[in-house]
Design a protein around this ligand. Structure first.
Ligand code: SF4
Length: 225
């Protein structure tokens, strides 16, 4: 699927000129290990809830060898406030495997994606955020924002659809993709909400199909019998 390059260019201009990103402690760092910890913790959990746990974890276990040296029950206890024990267990197993294979968390996407328990989003996020090099990050946030801008079908398992993945791939900027994705994630949480997106305060309103369709339907309400 070819997307409108003029809209891509406007999207990048708006994001880099109008969007400010939140400064969480796992942002704008280059350590793949700390980025991976944060990405596992952020799965289905609000960032503000993750902040204190993340800070405690990286202070106690500043690198991968320190992390894998700790007993599993103590690690799980430290992360208990985040819930989802299966997720923490998966993270511990994945990090143990990485330690065995590489000693440290590598930034390379291909190495990360080959580890059980690490999917395309976490592998991509660790690569993109630690190196600031482009890779498509397909998750519920980017799917919603890009899907709405380009009028893609978003019902069901949209993130598995080819046209959605291609649109996210084709809109990933070559320059400063890290800032771009931080901005898109924040935008999805703060403005492009699941229900009732705040289009009236959105800098992307001029290029967004979803918003334009909403305006059209409110100006031309369906006729009723
Ligand atoms: S205009 Fe509305 S739907 Fe479109 S990206 Fe902005 S908040 Fe989301």
């Amino acid at each position: 699927m070819a997307i409108n390059l003029d809209i891509v260019s406007k999207l990048h201009h708006k994001v880099f000129s109008s969007f400010e990103v939140m400064e969480y402690p796992w942002r704008f760092i280059e350590d793949p290990y700390k980025i991976m910890l944060s990405e596992f913790m952020l799965h289905r959990t609000q960032a503000n809830q993750v902040v204190p746990v993340y800070i405690q974890m990286v202070e106690t276990y500043p690198d991968l060898p320190a992390f894998v040296d700790e007993k599993e029950e103590i690690l799980l206890n430290q992360m208990s406030s985040l819930g989802l024990v299966w997720r923490q267990k998966g993270m511990i197993l994945a990090l143990q495997k990485i330690h065995t294979l590489y000693g440290q968390v590598p930034p390379e996407y291909d190495k990360l994606i080959s580890i059980d328990g690490i999917g395309p989003y976490i592998a991509g996020a660790v690569y993109c955020f630690s190196t600031n090099k482009p890779v498509a990050l397909v998750d519920t946030n980017t799917v919603r924002v890009i899907g709405r801008i380009f009028n893609l079908r978003l019902e069901g398992e949209a993130r598995r659809r080819k046209e959605v993945k291609e649109a996210i791939d084709q809109t990933t900027p070559m320059n400063n993709p890290r800032y771009y994705y931080y901005a898109m994630i924040d935008h999805a949480h703060q403005t492009c909400l699941v229900s009732n997106p705040l289009c009236e305060k959105c800098p992307l309103v001029d290029i967004c199909s979803y918003c334009q369709n909403m305006q059209l339907s409110s100006h031309n309400p369906p006729k009723t019998l």
